[in-house]
Each structure stands twice: as structure tokens, then as C-alpha cells.
Design a protein around this ligand. Structure first.
Ligand SMILES: [Zn+2]
Length: 366
């Protein structure tokens, strides 16, 4: 994990240096030729550098060792730094928008020179190269933030292309459309700030696990011999690099603790090494499929299928005269306990002598 974090930091660091250099070069050129669109393009690169600094701070902090007071580490600090950075970026965007509107009202005459156009063209090429680089590294490391940076860099190169076209039109055609290009850039800066803010707020509230991620983890666990099913996968994020959680697996009720011990350890190790998620595994026992209990299970299955609100039945087990199982309900369902009572009544009628213990589960993951 440390290797991975280092590689992400390295890729982000290259981006920061490039963005700061591009920003300085464009700022100087923009001020010399008096072109607001180039100046705002420079501001845009600077706001990108700011978001990348957030990425680095987040990654670095999440590597800080947990301690007694903060046993889950420091990863969530990133959500707070993101809010601060988002506020800065949004204010920069609003100031920029104001400048651009002023420029539409009072368009001066920018003195574009060929070299300013050449610098813009070079900036486009650099951004495209960086977008490709972060896409490759991001895919290899499965790093969402790098893939987002890649998309962002691609957008930036298009934006600079717009600035370049505006420059060419001013230089060769004599029409000044600079203020309008500036408005578009300012709007995109504000949009980037708002997105950063929303993303951090969502993480603080707690997100549903990414569908690919949860399906992948369940697939990994189900591939182990002896695992008859994986349920109730629940994950909690402590920053981008630390995710902990739990899952239930179903095993035959005659499997001894010695085998369960070895199996669950192997599962925990494999999931951690493959997707970097630290799981706790709980156990559901399942009856031998040749017993009478299978008949009860099939009845429950059929009964449950008639309720659209019930998404899944799992953890079915009968011990002596006690039947227990879990039902996963759709979040939209508001009358869960009524449905449970209804199901219990039907089952008790069909199988007198048995008691039914039904657990309500939430639809936590796909
Ligand atoms: Zn369950």
C-alpha cells in the first residue's frame, strides 16, 4: 500500500510542478499582451495545482500511523481540507467571472504576439501528455483520483485550445472575443470547486459502496472452497486509502471452528491484498440440503418472492425447532415490521411447532 501511495503522490507532484510552471508562464504572457483569457487560463491551472495539493495531503495524512486517540488513522482529514480548498477555488472562480464580465463590457485591445500563441500551443501538448500519463498510472493502480485528474487535464487542454483559438481570432481577425472565453473558463473553475465540495460532503455523509467494488469483493470471497455465499457487505471509508468493513459468509453447519479459522483468515488476507479493504468476517451456518429443513427454506423463498420490497433472503438456518433468517429490504419500504409479522403468521400456520426469528437487513451494497 505504501508503494501505491508513493506512486500516486509522485504522479500528483509532477502535475503540481507542471501546473505551477504553466500558470506562471501564462500569467506573465497574459499580463504582457493584456489578454484576460490567458490570465484566467493561468488561474485555472493554479486551481488545479491546489486540488492536487489536496490529493497529496490526503494521501500523506492517510499514511500517518493510527494511535490510541485516533485508531482509524487520519484519512478523513482530507474531507475537511477539501472543503477549505473548494471554498478557495470557488472564490477564485467568482472573482475571475467578474473580471471576464468587465472585459465584455469594456473590451480593450490585447496586443497578441506570435510567441504568446506558441506558448499556449506548447501548454496544450504538455497537458495532453500529462492526461495520458495519469490515465495509464491511474488505471494500473486503480486510483480514482488520478483518473479524475486525467479527465481534468484533458478538459484543461480543450480550454487552452479555446484560449488559443480566441488568440488566433484576435491576432489575425482583429475580433476580440476574449471576455466570452474568460467567462467560460471562470464558470469551469467555479464548477470544479463545487464538485470538489460536493464530493467531500458526500464522503462525510457516507457513500454507497461502488457497485464494481462490492461485486468484486463478493466474487473474491465466493471463490473460496467452503464459502456458500457472501452477504451483508458493509464498508466504511477513512480517507481514500483506508477502508474497513465486514461481511457474512455462509458455511456448512458441520464445518469445524478449526477450518473456519483458516478459511476466514485466508479470505481477509486475500481481500486486503487484492483491493486493500480490511474485512471482519461473520458466519452463517447452513443446514444439510438433504434434511427436512430444505422444505421450510423453499417455502420461505417462495413466500418472500411475492414481496417486491424484499431484495434478498439469506442466513437461513434451522436448529431444533428454531428457524432464523435475514431479509434484505429495499430502503423505500416503510412498513417492514408489518411485513415481517405477516410472514411470521403465515409460516407459523404452515409449520406449527417451529419459532421464526427474522432479522431485517438494510440494502447496504450491490
Ligand atoms: Zn444478514
Amino acid at each position: 500500500m505504501k508503494e501505491r501511495a508513493k506512486k500516486i503522490i509522485k504522479a500528483s507532484f509532477i502535475g503540481i510542478i507542471m501546473n505551477v510552471l504553466l500558470s506562471i508562464a501564462k500569467m506573465i504572457v497574459g499580463l504582457i499582451v493584456g489578454a484576460i483569457s490567458i490570465v484566467l487560463d493561468a488561474v485555472n491551472n493554479l486551481s488545479d495545482a491546489i486540488s492536487q495539493i489536496v490529493t497529496i495531503i490526503g494521501t500523506a495524512l492517510s499514511m500517518k500511523a493510527p494511535n490510541k486517540k485516533h485508531p482509524y488513522g487520519y484519512g478523513r482529514v482530507e474531507y475537511i481540507t477539501s472543503q477549505v480548498m473548494a471554498a478557495i477555488i470557488i472564490s477564485v472562480g467568482v472573482v475571475s467571472l467578474n473580471e471576464a464580465i468587465q472585459k465584455i463590457m469594456n473590451p480593450g485591445k490585447p496586443e497578441y504576439a506570435i510567441y504568446s500563441l506558441v506558448i499556449l500551443a506548447a501548454a496544450i501538448v504538455l497537458k495532453l501528455l500529462y492526461a495520458t500519463y495519469t490515465r495509464i498510472v491511474g488505471k494500473k493502480l486503480n486510483a480514482k483520483n488520478l483518473l479524475a485528474t486525467s479527465t481534468d487535464s484533458l478538459m484543461d487542454s480543450l480550454l487552452t485550445l479555446g484560449t488559443l483559438i480566441a488568440g488566433i481570432i484576435v491576432y489575425f481577425g482583429g475580433y476580440n472575443i476574449e471576455g466570452y472565453v474568460g467567462c467560460i473558463i471562470a464558470a469551469l473553475i467555479i464548477k470544479a470547486g463545487i464538485e470538489l465540495m460536493i464530493d467531500a460532503i458526500k464522503s462525510i455523509i457516507g457513500n454507497r459502496i461502488d457497485s464494481n467494488m462490492s461485486k468484486n469483493i463478493k466474487e473474491i470471497i465466493n471463490s473460496f472452497d467452503g464459502v456458500l455465499g457472501t452477504y451483508d457487505l458493509s464498508l466504511h471509508e477513512y480517507g481514500p486509502l483506508k477502508t474497513i468493513g465486514s461481511a457474512h459468509i455462509e458455511v456448512e453447519d458441520r464445518m469445524p471452528a478449526s477450518e473456519i479459522h483458516v478459511l476466514t483468515r485466508k479470505i481477509v488476507e486475500t481481500v486486503y491484498s487484492k483491493v486493500g479493504v480490511l474485512l471482519t468476517i461473520g458466519i452463517y451456518a447452513t443446514n444439510d440440503s438433504t434434511t427436512y429443513y430444505t422444505k421450510i427454506k423453499n417455502t420461505v423463498k417462495e413466500l418472500v418472492q411475492s414481496y417486491d420490497e424484499i431484495l434478498e433472503l439469506h442466513g437461513f438456518y434451522v436448529r431444533d425447532d428454531k428457524v432464523s433468517f435475514d431479509l434484505v429490504f429495499d430502503f423505500k419500504c416503510k412498513n417492514r415490521s408489518e411485513i415481517i409479522d405477516e410472514i411470521k403468521d403465515i409460516l407459523v400456520g404452515l409449520y406449527p411447532g417451529y419459532s421464526f426469528d427474522i432479522v431485517i437487513d438494510n440494502d447496504l451494497s450491490d
